[in-house]
Design a binder for this molecule. Structure first.
Ligand code: SF4
Length: 311
């Protein structure tokens, strides 16, 4: 799967946004429909590569900015589905546009399967959600958008909630999980991503940053709630920072160029093969103080799957 950015502008302003700061939002001329079609045909012909996950050929992550803000979004979606009928299309969207029910219905109809939509949620009510999205009205639109997706999705189309784990976010984590379990128990997957301090987020890093161990402790406190979701996943966590009972939730999804291994990882850690490693931004901005080799292999049952290493 390449990550395929299709529109640089966005209609919310998340404090953790990892998009580039300099000039990116102003590059809409590079994302015209014909430009995107050319990129796809070159990719199909083996004439171009993508920056992230180019080695994965069976799916696309449609990213931005906010992909659904592209004026020709539905045409792009239809084009990808026609050109790549068997590929998974995963749309990373803040969900606001699905407030418009006809847009949600048409998106699901055009995308067919395999298709997934991943929507970030920040809080259980407007005040908490919009403290992070920094956009009045976004909570009401995103939550109504989710209801429209539940109504119009086709069999086999999946909806995922993403929670970006920052120091700001964990203040509302417990209430957000209660809200999701009560109001959106139908969602197929809830993903907890440890923050990447990149792009816009760098200017807020002192408000955002905390250690993976602190973050994992907040998740561990909610262990019983995590088990109640159909599928809960932890992305971007080094194994040594996560309590062992959470290991079955850990998935390895980071692109290789974003990761480093420390000396102890290579020489002293019994779980080096199953671990995603250390995110470079975690080492650079937070010093990765809790990375510590695991001397003796834990009892967790391995799957042999490099993406989902433990049962
Ligand atoms: S010491 Fe390194 S390889 Fe081992 S669990 Fe921690 S980050 Fe992963």
């Amino acid at each position: 799967m390449p990550d395929f950015p299709i529109w640089p502008q966005c209609n919310i302003g998340c404090v953790f946004c990892s998009n580039p700061v300099e000039g990116f939002r102003q590059t809409t001329d590079r994302y015209a429909l014909d430009e995107l079609k050319k990129k796809l045909s070159d990719y199909k012909a083996g004439l171009r590569t993508f920056v992230k996950f180019d080695e994965e050929r069976d799916y696309f992550n449609l990213t931005g900015g906010e992909p659904t803000n592209h004026p020709d979004f539905l045409k792009i979606l239809a084009h990808i589905r026609t050109e790549f009928p068997a590929n998974l299309i995963r749309l990373l969207s803040n969900g606001r546009m699905f407030y418009y029910e006809d847009f949600a219905r048409r998106t699901c109809g055009i995308a067919q399967t395999p298709f997934e939509i991943a929507v970030p949620m920040f809080g259980p009510d407007p005040k908490t959600h919009e403290a992070i999205s920094r956009t009045p009205g976004s909570w009401a639109q995103t939550t109504q958008g989710l209801r429209h997706l539940a109504k119009h999705r086709r069999p086999g189309q999946l909806v995922e909630i993403r929670i970006i784990m920052t120091k700001v976010q964990v203040r509302w984590l417990d209430g957000l999980l209660d809200y999701l379990l009560a109001e959106h128990p139908w969602v197929d997957r809830v993903v907890f991503l440890f923050e990447e301090i990149e792009g816009f987020a760098e200017q807020y890093k002192d408000r955002l940053k905390f250690t993976q161990s602190e973050c994992a402790a907040h998740l561990d406190r909610n262990y019983e709630k995590l088990k109640r979701f159909k599928d809960a996943r932890l992305y971007h966590f080094s194994l040594c920072t996560v309590p062992e009972r959470l290991w079955p939730f850990v998935w390895n999804t980071l692109a290789g160029f974003k990761v480093e291994y420390q000396e102890g990882c290579r020489t002293k850690c019994a779980h080096r093969e199953q671990c995603v490693g250390v995110h470079r931004s975690y080492a650079r901005h937070m010093g990765a103080p809790d990375i510590a080799p695991i001397a003796v292999a834990r009892a967790a049952v391995p799957t042999g799957d490099r993406f989902h290493p433990f049962r």
